[in-house]
Design a protein around this ligand. Sequence first.
Ligand code: ADP
Ligand code: MG
Length: 210
Amino acid sequence: MIRSAVKFLVDTIISEKNHLTALDTKIGDGDHGLNMARGATAALEAIDEVDEENLNASTALETVGQAFIMNVGGAAGPLYGTGFVDASKVLNKNSKLDVDTLEKVFSAAIVGIQRRGHAKKSDKTMLDTLIPIQESLKQSIEDKKNLAEALDEAMTAAREGVEYTKTIVAKRGRAAYIGERSIGFEDPGAVSSMIIFRAFCQFLKDNEII
Ligand code: ADP
Ligand code: MG
């Protein structure tokens, strides 16, 4: 199941390559789709090398993260890589897929990305998708929502996060160089984070896991 989940996410990222690159052409250097597709391809190759008995959510995230760190230049590769690797550390082979676990995964990823990139919420980065997802999951834990409901709400928060990036000035990454002129455009990394999360939710639905 984990192998097919990784494959589905990788295929999704690759299919969004031109879309992500087009977004990055508007406020960056037009390589985000290329970077993500390169990382995704390397991640799938690395996952193929992991034996079935050693493959679980934790080892998968660790493997994917290392593949991004080692194969992707640009800002997003090492940032996503660090996020995936740090998220892997809150999981083990017995981890259950529930709202609590997912919230911990996103929290760990966010802390890792911030340690590496020093961006905050509203700096117009991938964090403007990831932080609203984590906050939504946290709220769902308090409200005792089930996984399906929690994911639906987190997905709404992710979409709103992307929309919000259109309204703000970039403070980190290449888009910060164009300052005010970055207003009106979605942040490419916020969009890629939303796409990955949307694909994850889709995979769970398609496979009747939620
Ligand atoms: P580069 O900017 O080096 O060309 P990419 O185009 O692959 O790399 O990635 C750009 C994306 O990386 C941005 O849209 C933004 O979401 C994200 N990003 C850039 N800098 C940071 C940072 N310091 N913290 C979090 N995300 C960042
Ligand atoms: Mg770029």
